[in-house]
Design a protein around this ligand. Structure first.
Ligand SMILES: [Zn+2]
Length: 477
């Protein structure tokens, strides 16, 4: 058991001074949160006897505040290669949009070997760790070889992603994607050949095998991820929901990111995507709709009544010109939120938290909008944003992380209270400064499953991981 002694600990929606957080590497959990002892004292008088006896090390972190690690509920690691490469359009093209971006993404997807997939995922996950992200929900749809054939081991690429996560030490929920169609009732296009799922039975047996592979790490698990209503036949949906329920795992799906998807769904089924999912029984507390941008008041009501989760990815949605989320309406209807870095156009959870609120301000011409009903007095923005970035993601991925309490997974981060951006902070303004103003390099130290993976902003694999990533990036040009 190790004791972490920062100046402040964030729990229950506020920063408290004078606490020690005791973490165990063997169980990967927070053992206890206790009054801190005087730094000079040999014996931690504040700790319970069983903990005092087990204490192996005291990590003093003066000038730091400890928070739960961020939970990134939606990521496609390989898209890290696209950063900066899609910010242009040919002069003879009248406009660029999501669909032209998608073609660029497909071309990158076709260029990667299994070794490349590992190198790109490893660097991407390392960048996440350094930004304070301790868990990634990796929505994995790159499954086949460049010719569209199943690898000799069908789990080849998924295993590379799991290995990348394992090597850098991030917690991962591999959301195994089911991707069978190029549009409703359409065969996959040639550029989609690496994503192909040929049958529901094949998908379910692959996912079971992947679950067994993930079980080798205490930091890895799997989830079920029908890609979208565009890519999965309607009659597969109940079987996918049943598998998620039976396995008690997360069920994630892209929903209504673009108007064209809604139009296609209406034309095929006379239902909008969320209505279709409700009809097929998918909407419940274990379901996460990624994006859910183009939805109606009725769809808001359906998601809210089900207590479903909506994963917003505001930097990606901004980059792709997706549109504004109906965040306030969803919150009021009873939906939960998580956040994702999605296309990795930026890996900065402070930015994701802040944009969720700022997009809502721009849409409503109001300030301080995403809040929960509170007793009289001050209504604050930061507690809900910080909760969405941590516990909200944990709920979406069905993990007991995202909070600093005895028994929770020991995934915590330290932020630098001397960072210039935070100058002038007070215990009352600190949460708002972090949620709305901090840059990702305010994060100095990161523990996952009780193990310190980032210390003083450094990760032990930083240089080799960056070199290997740069080689792939140079090659795919
Ligand atoms: Zn996505």
């Amino acid at each position: 058991v190790r004791a972490i002694l920062p100046d402040y600990v964030y729990r229950g929606g506020r920063f408290e001074a004078g606490l020690a957080v005791l973490v165990s590497e063997s169980t990967g959990r927070i053992v206890d949160v206790v009054p801190a002892w005087p730094r000079s004292a040999d014996r931690p008088a504040g700790a319970a006897a069983h903990v005092r006896d087990a204490l192996a090390e005291t990590i003093e972190l003066p000038g730091r505040a400890l928070l739960p690690g961020f939970v990134n509920a939606h990521s496609h690691a390989f898209q890290r290669l696209l950063r900066g490469r899609t910010q242009w359009r040919p002069s003879d093209s009248p406009e660029a949009d999501f669909w032209s971006w998608r073609d660029a993404m497909y071309r990158i997807a076709l260029a990667l070997s299994p070794e490349d997939v590992f190198d790109v995922a490893r660097f991407c996950f390392l960048e996440m760790l350094r930004a304070g992200i301790t868990t990634v929900g990796e929505f994995h749809y790159l499954q086949r070889d460049p010719d569209g054939r199943r690898y000799a081991d069908p789990l080849e690429l998924a295993r590379r992603v799991l290995a990348a996560a394992d090597e850098v030490g991030i917690r991962i929920v591999l959301l195994n994607a089911c991707y069978a169609a190029g549009g409703i009732g359409q065969p996959l296009g040639p550029l989609q050949r690496r994503f192909a799922t040929s049958s529901l039975a094949e998908y379910l047996s692959d996912t079971t095998a992947l679950g067994a592979a993930a079980a080798g790490s205490p930091r890895a698990s799997v989830g079920i991820a029908p890609h979208s209503v565009r890519a999965v036949p309607r009659d597969w949906l109940p079987g996918l929901h049943e598998a998620a329920t039976r396995g008690d795992v997360a069920l994630h799906m892209h929903v209504s990111e673009q108007p064209a998807e809604v139009d296609e769904c209406l034309a095929a089924y006379r239902l909008r995507p969320v209505e279709l999912l409700a009809d097929e029984g998918l909407l419940d507390a274990g379901f996460t709709a990624v994006h859910a941008t183009h939805i109606t008041p009725n769809e808001v009501r359906l998601l809210g009544q089900a207590g479903a989760c909506v994963c917003a990815c505001p930097t990606t949605e901004s980059d792709l010109g997706d549109g504004f989320l109906l965040a306030g309406e969803l919150l009021q209807a009873g939906a939960h939120f998580a956040l994702g870095t999605d296309s990795q156009t930026l890996i900065d959870f402070f930015a994701e938290m802040r944009l969720l609120e700022y997009h809502e301000r721009l849409r409503r011409l109001r300030r301080v909008v995403l809040t929960r009903a509170e007793p009289a007095g001050r209504i604050e923005v930061a507690p809900l944003l910080l909760e969405i970035g941590t516990a909200g993601g944990a709920r979406s991925l069905r993990l007991d992380t995202g909070r600093i309490e005895a028994g929770a997974l020991a995934d915590v981060i330290a932020v630098d209270l001397a960072h210039p951006t935070l100058a002038g902070w007070t215990p009352h303004s600190l949460a708002a400064m972090l949620a709305l103003c901090a840059p990702s390099d305010a994060v100095t130290d990161v523990w996952v499953h009780g193990v310190r993976r980032v210390a003083g902003r450094e990760h032990s694999l930083q240089e080799p991981a960056a070199r290997a990533f740069a080689r792939v990036a140079a090659r795919v040009g």
